[in-house]
Design a protein around this ligand. Sequence first.
Ligand code: ATP
Length: 322
Amino acid sequence: MGREPARGRPGMVTPKDRRPPSVDVRASAKINLHLGVGAARDDGFHPLETVYQAIGLHDELVATEADALRVVTHGAAYVDVDAVPAGADNIVARATALLATRLDRAAVADFLVHKEIPVAGGMAGGSADAAAALLALDRLWDAQTPDDELLAMAAELGSDVPFALIGGTALGTGRGEVVTPVADSGPWWWVVVPSAAGGLSTPAVYRRFDEMFPGADAQPAPADRLVEALATGDPQRLGAVLHNDLQEPALDLRPDLADLLDRGETEGAVRGLVSGSGPTCVFLAESPTAAHAVAAGLRGGGQEVVLVAAGPVPGAQVVEVG
Ligand code: ATP
């Protein structure tokens, strides 16, 4: 929730000053180092105990003052921007409507979203865009909404949106929306492999979880061992306790991912893991050099898009005010 950069210097008249005001925000992808999932409650939600980490893979959103609401999305070549809904279903539009209602003003702004976070990839790309939109509009409209109110609105938009605001490394409980920062002796180095075969629907992965584990405990698996390992700074210790209860259902829906996980570990990764509900896979490496070696090995084996990212990094941050 960084809000540092100030608006341009007063008194200077440049062509830039004749453009409508705009705010540029960067928001990070998340991975789940621990994702404990409890049995579905009566309201259909699964209680979670998760440890999120924000990593250096970002979407960037520029919000500009306008008379109507418009969201234009583009992205890196590996991002399926056609799968991002236009209009009122876009989470950026939902975030705009929510903040505008609270501030009793018109829900209008022009958004340009550049996505590097895979769509429906288990890395909370939509949540990152929602967090970015809340922060950008709060600044654009000079609303100075208190952090706790921004976090409450974020939770209304989606379980992962509060974490997308705060970033770093955090424990998530409830549906994942109750976030508490945890100590982290990183940086940790990750190799990230987005799926070339399209995304996975998060609700579909939870449905498969329910089918595969009808006797799941009501209480999600606790994250204590993961939190302890984070404090050691030792990739071997962390690798040994990475945990994702959605990995089996994701692999059941996408059996090809099991081979990918094996290959990354054969190429020297400490441990491979499905990210959240998948299908993106992430691999923990011993060092930056080791991460690049694993990435090169996976590319050599035919994997086209292989990224290297470090975590933890901050959550949504204002990078420019124009
Ligand atoms: P999570 O890990 O939070 O469950 P995800 O990373 O798997 O989510 P997202 O990229 O957040 O998936 O997208 C989930 C769905 O949200 C998409 O399939 C799409 O229909 C919808 N969506 C709405 N707005 C956006 C947006 N701005 N960017 C991406 N997807 C969006």
